[in-house]
Design a protein around this ligand. Sequence first.
Ligand SMILES: Nc1ncnc2c1ncn2[C@@H]1O[C@H](COP(=O)(O)OP(=O)(O)OP(=O)(O)O)[C@@H](O)[C@H]1O
Length: 493
Amino acid sequence: MAPDYIVQMNHISKHFGGVKALQDVHLNVERGEIHALIGENGAGKSTLMKVLAGAYPKDEGTIVIDGVEATTATPRAMIDMGVSVIYQEFMLAPDLTVAENIFIDQMQQSGMFINWKDLKRRAKQQLQKIGFGHIDPGKRVGELSVAYQQIVEICKCLAKDSKVLVFDEPTAVLTHSETQKLLELIMQLKAEGVTILYISHRLEELFAISDKITVLKDGKYVDTVETASITKEQLVTMMVGREIEQLFPERNAEIGEEILRVENLRTGDLVEDVSFSLRKGEVLGFSGLVGSGRTETMRAIFGADKKTSGKVLYFGEEVHFKNPKQAIRKGIGLLPEDRKSQGLLLKQPIRYNATLVSRQGNGFINHKKEQEEVRKLLARISTKYGSTEDNADSLSGGNQQKVALAKWLAVDTKVIILDEPTRGVDVGAKTEIYQIINELAENGVGVIIISSEMAEIIGTCDRAIVMREGRVTGEVPKENLSENQLIKLAMGV
Ligand SMILES: Nc1ncnc2c1ncn2[C@@H]1O[C@H](COP(=O)(O)OP(=O)(O)OP(=O)(O)O)[C@@H](O)[C@H]1O
């Protein structure tokens, strides 16, 4: 029997200026399957999905949805054909309620008198249908957690009768248990006949839920394979074009004297009592659930937020950084978790972003020299970009993360705090980032890594601190690091 394709994208090409983001790409998805899309940062996954959603016009190629060719692929036309995309940055209106967000498109279209009671009832029904009936349809979306906002976004798509749902890295911002819930929901949607396209850099997720995987590399189609017929290693080789023997490279750092000590730190409403120390050449992991206060702790140390009480000792001396500038001057760096709002200036050139920290205090700048240095820096972590003068928003998500990291590699730090350093980064580049972390440690830098990926904490750290509800619940040395141990401490059991 001939395959029953619901999405057929063939010979798709798309360029942005000189960058060929997609060249003669194919994507054929059968009705009712979960089809994963994978590839390195900048491979063209998001662009292909934006072309499918009608958000970007294609240069060449055809799109056929359920047997009908999309001749005018605008966002409206593609929604009408049954395709909806759940982007990493949700398209929700934070000031409107859950119910209003779910039905916003219908409300705008009908322009009729709105029966609020009915709207709430229908929203509740939608939420119940996918097992989230406990979300209040009258609540403002801005007050919901990221995971719940994502549920609202999914309901919004389902309310539009979407036949094909595209998830673009949906779990990057979710906790372990939220991720499990989302994966279950996706399986449920599949059982109800919805076709799913799924982008993720987390291979274990792809192997858990997908039926087929399409691999892209450098904007080109590599292959489509049955998930059951391939191993993780084979998939990685297809993706990066080489074998990755070891995701977490070995390190033989010499751990030296104590350089940072935090005593009974209290900050904001969340962090109540945090104490720990960091030594020269040490990689210290911070594990815990989202909302456990890890980011807030680091921000207070870095002078980005005020501490209410407690002490920070740096090389044995008490310090009171009033702002990040003071911390940076003393050799402390922080790569924030949210690169979009804190890590990068998206409307500024890549070069400017990569030298943001190193140029502080330098009046005269030699552009040529700077460009050359930036190129070298970015090559160290295989960043894919057009020109150093392009704005940061022209970069793919993972490559934005690399530029945000690069700016810290351009300066000498003694302590560097990396908040979710590999979020949205592909496996090949992850290894390169781990290698850089190792090099920093070998050069005597004390490195702190906050990570929601337990494998990352286990694979890279000499020791881990686990936080829960604003307090430290445990400290685990390398030899005892295990997922089980980290989960127990994070959940308080
Ligand atoms: N609006 C844009 N303007 C210029 N170039 C762009 C734009 N959007 C994407 N690109 C370029 O197109 C290429 C593909 O990017 P895309 O975002 O599709 O990659 P991706 O596979 O989704 O990567 P990631 O895993 O990092 O999210 C990249 O080289 C990127 O820099």
